[in-house]
Design a protein around this ligand. Structure first.
Ligand code: G6P
Ligand code: MG
Length: 217
């Protein structure tokens, strides 16, 4: 049996969700908009452009396209500054053993991320070679919860949505997987990701038996 295992990037493979938050917090502070960790859950999995709009909506701030472009640029510059020294130490616990196991079992692996910074992050962390296909923010026009990113990934791998499993840390991403007809596996808190078919705190809680079951289905 061959299944498609599609991984989100930020907050699933690498611990970059905290850097996205810090970079957005800086912008929100500049604009005098309160931006809590709870607000941040709304931004996870969401494109850069949509994220800024959500923050502006939170603060009831209206802005010109010129200002928005400036803030989008600033946000990405400060986000990138956190990635300069990035290496494999930023890979989240338990991820590499699962990627290795999937390879040993001859399963197909794809990335399905909203980020336009995905490739350099995979390169810096030495994880690029695990992926049979990469779909990122440069390839899609509809942001999660639209399933486009995962549907393209499944198509590139030559599998159907029914034979695809998605690992996601964001509410929008779990919804995208569900809407796309895929098996959603939430990585994070049960209270946040309760729409996922399965939920694990992190990859150290996912064992080989669970993967074997998914492959068999
Ligand atoms: C991921 C993250 C979001 C981020 C988005 C765009 O989905 O969860 O927090 O805003 O990618 O990332 P980018 O690197 O293109 O700004
Ligand atoms: Mg994520």
């Amino acid at each position: 049996n061959t299944k498609a295992f599609i991984f989100d990037l930020d907050g699933v493979i690498v611990d970059t969700a905290k850097y996205h938050y810090l970079a957005w917090l800086k912008i929100a502070n500049e604009l005098g908009i309160e931006f809590t960790l709870e607000h941040n859950e709304l931004l996870k999995g969401v494109s850069r452009v949509r994220s800024l709009d959500i923050i502006l909506e939170l603060g009831k701030v209206e802005a010109s396209q010129e200002d928005k472009n400036k803030w989008l640029f600033e946000k990405n510059e400060s986000y990138l500054s956190y990635l300069v020294d990035m290496d494999d130490s930023e890979i989240l616990p338990g991820v590499l053993p699962i990627l290795k196991y999937l390879k040993e079992q001859n399963q197909l692996i794809a990335l399905g991320s909203a980020s336009k910074n995905a490739r350099p992050i995979l390169e810096k962390t030495g994880t690029l070679d695990y992926f049979n296909a990469i779909v990122d923010g440069n390839d899609v026009s509809n942001a999660k919860p639209d399933p486009e990113v995962f549907l393209i990934a499944a198509k590139l791998l030559g599998t159907t949505p029914e034979d695809s499993i998605v690992f996601e840390d964001s509410v929008a991403g779990v919804q995208a997987a569900n809407i796309g007809g895929m098996t959603s596996v939430g990585i994070g808190e049960e209270s946040t990701l309760n729409e996922a078919k399965y939920i694990f705190k992190d990859f150290t809680h996912i064992d080989k038996n669970f993967i074997d079951e998914l492959i068999k289905k």
